[in-house]
Design a protein around this ligand. Structure first.
Ligand SMILES: [Zn+2]
Ligand SMILES: [Zn+2]
Length: 340
C-alpha cells in the first residue's frame, strides 16, 4: 500500500509499505477519499508543525476490510464508513464532561495523529461510523468538517426563527450555511468574493458583499429592523469580518470565533459593551463524538448534501499538486482518491 508522508515543509514522499497489522480491538479500513483541510495546508506550508515525517489527512471515508475479534460494535467487513481521526482518551475531564473535542491528550506524543493520506488505516471502533452504501464515498469524506460546523452551530445556541450572520463563504462557511438553514435559521452570509456570494444566495442565504464594512453593517441593521443578529460565526480570519460582526450583534447575542489565526489578534470590542449587551463570546474547535455522529446521520438522511463542495479530485500520487490547488484559494474542497 502507499502512504503520502510529509517529510519537511512543502515536500511529500509517496512510500510503498506493508498494510498495517490490526490488533483484536481494531478495524482495518481501505481509505476511499480524503479531503484536504486547512490543517493539511498549514502543515504543508510549515505554518503548523506536529512532527516529521507525518502522514496528514483527517477527512476520510472508506470501506471496512477486516474487523478484529474483540470488536463488539457490530461493524462488518464491506461496511462503508466515515472516519473520525481525532484521538480521544475517554478519561480526561474534557472527555468525561462531553467535550472530547478538547481531549487533553489528543496530541500527546507517541500516538498517531491524522494519517488518512494512505491506502489503508487501522482505527479503533469508536473512530468510525457506518453509513449507507449508496451514499457516495466522496460525500462521506465531509463528515468531519460537517461535524465541526454542527458543533459550531450548537455553540451559539441558535434556534428556529433566529437570524445568524456567517462571515466568510469558503468551504466551512458554506457548510455552516447548510447546517444553519437545515436548523430553520435565517442566514446572512458575508464575503468579498462575488462568485462565492452567488453560491451562498443559491443555497438560500441573504448574501452581502463585505468589501465595504460600513455598507455591510447598515444593510444588516436594515434587514434586522435595527436589532441586529442573534448570533454570528466567524469563519474567515479577515479582521473586518469581526468588526462587522461586533457592530451588528443584537443584545444577548452570541459570537463564535470558529476560525483559527496565525497570530493572536485582540477582539475589537470593549468590555463595557459586552457588559451592557450581555454578549457571549466563544470559540469552537473540532467536534465531539456526538457532533460526528450527528454529521453522519444528516449525510445519511440527505438532510444535508455536500457534492457541490467538491472542486477537484486527485490521485494520491499527485498529493503535492492537490495541496497546492487547495492552497490557491480558488476552490472549495480538493479531495484525494486512493486506488480502487
Ligand atoms: Zn478538517
Ligand atoms: Zn480525553
Amino acid at each position: 500500500m502507499r502512504s503520502a508522508y510529509l517529510t519537511e515543509v512543502r515536500h511529500f514522499e509517496v512510500r510503498q509499505e506493508g498494510i498495517p497489522v490490526l490488533k483484536d480491538n481494531e478495524v482495518l479500513v481501505k481509505i476511499a477519499y480524503c479531503g484536504i483541510c486547512t490543517l493539511e495546508q498549514r502543515l504543508y506550508t510549515g505554518e503548523r508543525k506536529i512532527y516529521y515525517p507525518i502522514i496528514p489527512g483527517h477527512e476520510a471515508s472508506g470501506i471496512v476490510v477486516t474487523v478484529g475479534s474483540e470488536v463488539i460494535t457490530g461493524v462488518q467487513v464491506h461496511d462503508h464508513v466515515a472516519l473520525d481521526l481525532v484521538n480521544r482518551c475517554h478519561a480526561c475531564p474534557a472527555c468525561l464532561s462531553g467535550n472530547s473535542n478538547l481531549c487533553e491528550n489528543r496530541f500527546k506524543e507517541g500516538q498517531r495523529v491524522l494519517g488518512a493520506f494512505s491506502d489503508y488505516m487501522v482505527v479503533k471502533p469508536d473512530q468510525l461510523q457506518v453509513v449507507p452504501s449508496d451514499l457516495p464515498l466522496e460525500s462521506v469524506a465531509f463528515a468531519e468538517p460537517l461535524a465541526c460546523c454542527i458543533r459550531s452551530l450548537r455553540t451559539v445556541n441558535a434556534s428556529l426563527g433566529d437570524t445568524i450572520l456567517i462571515s466568510g463563504v469558503g468551504t466551512m462557511g458554506i457548510l455552516h450555511i447548510k447546517v444553519a438553514l437545515a436548523m430553520g435559521l435565517r442566514v446572512i452570509a458575508c464575503d468579498i468574493d462575488l462568485k462565492r456570494l452567488e453560491d451562498a444566495k443559491r443555497l438560500g442565504a441573504i448574501a452581502l458583499d463585505a468589501s465595504s464594512a460600513e455598507t455591510c453593517i447598515a444593510t444588516i441593521k436594515k434587514i434586522t429592523r435595527g436589532r441586529g443578529v442573534d448570533s454570528c460565526i466567524i469563519t474567515t480570519s479577515s479582521m473586518s469580518a469581526v468588526e462587522v460582526a461586533v457592530a451588528v450583534l443584537a443584545s444577548n447575542g452570541v459570537m463564535n470565533i470558529y476560525t483559527s489565526y496565525g497570530n493572536k489578534p485582540p477582539l475589537p470590542l470593549d468590555m463595557n459593551t459586552i457588559h451592557r449587551h450581555e454578549f457571549v463570546v466563544t470559540g469552537s474547535e473540532g467536534r465531539s463524538e456526538y457532533d460526528f455522529y450527528t454529521a453522519t446521520r444528516v449525510l445519511a438522511n440527505r438532510t444535508i448534501v455536500v457534492d457541490d463542495l467538491i472542486s477537484q479530485i486527485y490521485p494520491l500520487e499527485e498529493v503535492s499538486t492537490a495541496v497546492e490547488e487547495a492552497l490557491s484559494g480558488s476552490s472549495y474542497r480538493v479531495l484525494l482518491k486512493m486506488e480502487e
